[in-house]
Ligand binder design. Structure first.
Ligand code: HEC
Ligand code: HEC
Ligand code: HEC
Ligand code: HEC
Ligand code: HEC
Ligand code: HEC
Ligand code: HEC
Length: 404
């Protein structure tokens, strides 16, 4: 097989978009007046400002994959193993390996590519600058070269450990993949662009993790209102609550990051929930007959479901984004809001606690594939097209190993 075919992709979509975006003029923030919603960052106050009044929500939310999806590097945020017996990634090229090191004295973490055979080796070392991915499945790491942000060649995948970054050819040391704004828009709260080139960012003007105000909009006015004695007097909460959005705008909030990569139409990071997303990002519109990969396409898949088409269901019907929901069996209650277990067609197996194992099975994605040890490895993602799948069965409770 052609080596290129073996190339691995974190979301092929992503690659396509990256290539495409290189042909376009660099993204710059349009002046506030031309933006439909001026969105000055001074009005964002950060999660700590919510704690005094919404402590429970802040605490549970800070354990979710959304909040943990990007972090500064430290011994807790990087899940890969730095111990001497586990910190080397060999490649298919006998003249190339990678070494991961934690430097105790100044707290830095480094990746080194070592090429050649001793004593004639050359090496390149870069410092972990940002960690992307909660690690539920895996993590990719970014490094700064002055104010330019690039992806590191070695990633971490839960089942394997250190791996070639998805999208990277095994046996080549590649340090030149720029990190485009859309990547950080989905995996973080805010990065101040200093484009061009499009991977130039302020090294201090960023907020990692998806934080409260990403979905609720700027919180300054709300905090001021409820801190002041006149709170009772002024109507309204001065903050966005998505329960009051229309169904389309609720779907847009999640589609911002769960409906594929898309093409930015306005400056990245300018979208504010409640607005029509289509003004900001042109999302992929897959042919209704074409297969949709399970990775990152929850919106398209859900929209194909009869449940969605024949009801007012949204993502919020089943998901509370303020807390971790890891037990698939616990989702049956949501199905049973609209369906009756008693009227289920007669089948051999018990059904009540297992709706999703049969009707929303986990499937391998073809969009994230690692080239590892001569094998291709790809994670499984829950298919959001709710329907009858042939040959699905629900595991017995003791076979489940998905509970936290
Ligand atoms: C000084 C206390 C206080 C702080 C700080 C605070 N809130 Fe609130 N928040 C409240 C109160 C009280 C309510 C209930 C208001 C109501 O029901 O109208 C509320 C309601 C909300 C709502 C629902 C609003 C609605 O219209 O339904 C959201 C969303 C919210 N807060 C988010 C936040 C976020 C995000 C932060 C941090 C940026 C924050 N709050 C900081 C006191 C606070
Ligand atoms: C990924 C998007 C998202 C993030 C991030 C988020 N929320 Fe929410 N929030 C929602 C949605 C959607 C609703 C309405 C549905 C619901 O209540 O779950 C909501 C509702 C609320 C409400 C009003 C309803 C209630 O239960 O009182 C409050 C208060 C609130 N959020 C606070 C917060 C705080 C504080 C944070 C950060 C710790 C936060 N949210 C982070 C999406 C988000
Ligand atoms: C700003 C981008 C963004 C928005 C908006 C967003 N998500 Fe996500 N979501 C992500 C990313 C990125 C991940 C993967 C995080 C990781 O594991 O690193 C994720 C993961 C999740 C997960 C898996 C959580 C887990 O524990 O593995 C659920 C469920 C989810 N999102 C639901 C929603 C829903 C529902 C909405 C709309 C209310 C929403 N998200 C809005 C970016 C977003
Ligand atoms: C359009 C939004 C979007 C973009 C752009 C995007 N991602 Fe993601 N990414 C997601 C979502 C959503 C998930 C988790 C849900 C899924 O797999 O369907 C995810 C999952 C991941 C994971 C696995 C996290 C885990 O532990 O489960 C990593 C690592 C990751 N992305 C890295 C990146 C990097 C690096 C970039 C940019 C170079 C990028 N992603 C671009 C939305 C996005
Ligand atoms: C908000 C209400 C609602 C919820 C929640 C809901 N459904 Fe449905 N579902 C429907 C409706 C309405 C239909 C279409 C019935 C019809 O057209 O006869 C449907 C159809 C279905 C079908 C038949 C699909 C097909 O293609 O023929 C299956 C299977 C199904 N639902 C399973 C589930 C499961 C499993 C869950 C929970 C994960 C769930 N539903 C949650 C409303 C819902
Ligand atoms: C009918 C219920 C239902 C609806 C509606 C729903 N989900 Fe889910 N979602 C689930 C279940 C069940 C899981 C699997 C939980 C698990 O196994 O940990 C899940 C998991 C996820 C995950 C993690 C995927 C993975 O395998 O890592 C993401 C991301 C997600 N949902 C996003 C969304 C988004 C975005 C929407 C709206 C387009 C949505 N969900 C609507 C039931 C639902
Ligand atoms: C062991 C697998 C399995 C489990 C668990 C399961 N189902 Fe099903 N379900 C099926 C199969 C198979 C069919 C199609 C049966 C047929 O057409 O004879 C089906 C059909 C359906 C239909 C379509 C009925 C129709 O008349 O077209 C709905 C709705 C549905 N299931 C909902 C649920 C709900 C809700 C749960 C959880 C309470 C659930 N299922 C649990 C396998 C399962």
């Amino acid at each position: 097989m052609n080596l290129n075919l073996k190339l691995v992709v974190i979301a092929a979509l992503l690659l396509v978009a990256e290539v495409a975006s290189q042909d376009r003029s660099p993204q710059t923030n349009p002046p506030p007046s031309s933006s439909p919603t001026p969105n000055p960052r001074e009005n964002y106050v950060g999660d700590d400002a919510c704690r005094s009044c919404h402590q429970d929500k802040v605490e549970t939310f800070h354990r979710t994959a959304h909040y943990l999806t990007s972090r500064l590097p430290d011994k807790d945020s990087i899940l890969g193993n730095f111990n001497a017996d586990a910190n080397v990634l060999k490649t298919s090229n006998p003249d190339l390996y990678f070494r991961m090191e934690a430097e105790a004295k100044n707290g830095g973490f480094f990746q080194t590519a070592v090429q050649g055979q001793p004593p004639y080796t050359t090496s390149r070392t870069e410092r972990f600058g940002l960690v992307v991915g909660s690690g539920g499945k895996g993590q990719t790491f970014l490094f700064w070269k002055a104010d330019l942000l690039f992806q590191l060649p070695v990633s971490y995948w839960k089942e394997i450990g250190w791996v070639n970054s998805p999208g990277y050819r095994d046996g080549v040391a590649y340090f030149d993949r720029p990190v485009i704004p859309r990547c950080l828009e989905c995996h973080g709260t805010y990065f101040q662009s200093l484009a061009p080139p499009q991977n130039r960012y302020s090294q201090t003007g960023f907020v990692v993790g998806i934080t409260c105000e990403k979905c609720h909009g700027p919180g300054r006015a709300h905090v001021q209102r409820f801190n002041s004695k006149s709170a009772e007097a002024s109507p309204g909460s001065a903050i966005l609550n998505p329960t009051r959005f229309s169904r389309d705008r609720q779907m847009d909030l999640c589609a911002w990051c769960h409906a594929g990569h898309g093409e930015p139409l306005l400056a990245t990071f300018s979208y504010v929930p409640g607005e029509p997303l289509e003004k900001y990002i042109e999302l992929p519109q897959p042919d209704p007959e074409a297969p949709v990969d399970v990775h990152g396409s929850q919106v398209e898949l859900l929209k194909r479901s009869r449940c969605f088409q024949s009801s007012t269901m949204t993502c919020l019907t089943c998901h509370d984004v303020h807390a971790t929901q890891k037990d698939p069996a616990a989702f049956s209650v949501y199905c049973l809001q609209c369906h009756k277990a008693e009227s289920h067609p007669k089948i051999e197996q018990p059904i009540v606690n297992n709706c999703v194992d049969c009707h929303m099975p986990k499937q391998k994605t073809n969009l994230i594939v690692f080239n590892w040890n001569g094998r291709k490895v790809s994670p499984e993602v829950r298919n959001h097209w709710i329907k009858v799948y042939p040959n699905t069965s629900a595991p017995a409770p003791e076979e489940r190993n998905e509970k936290p």
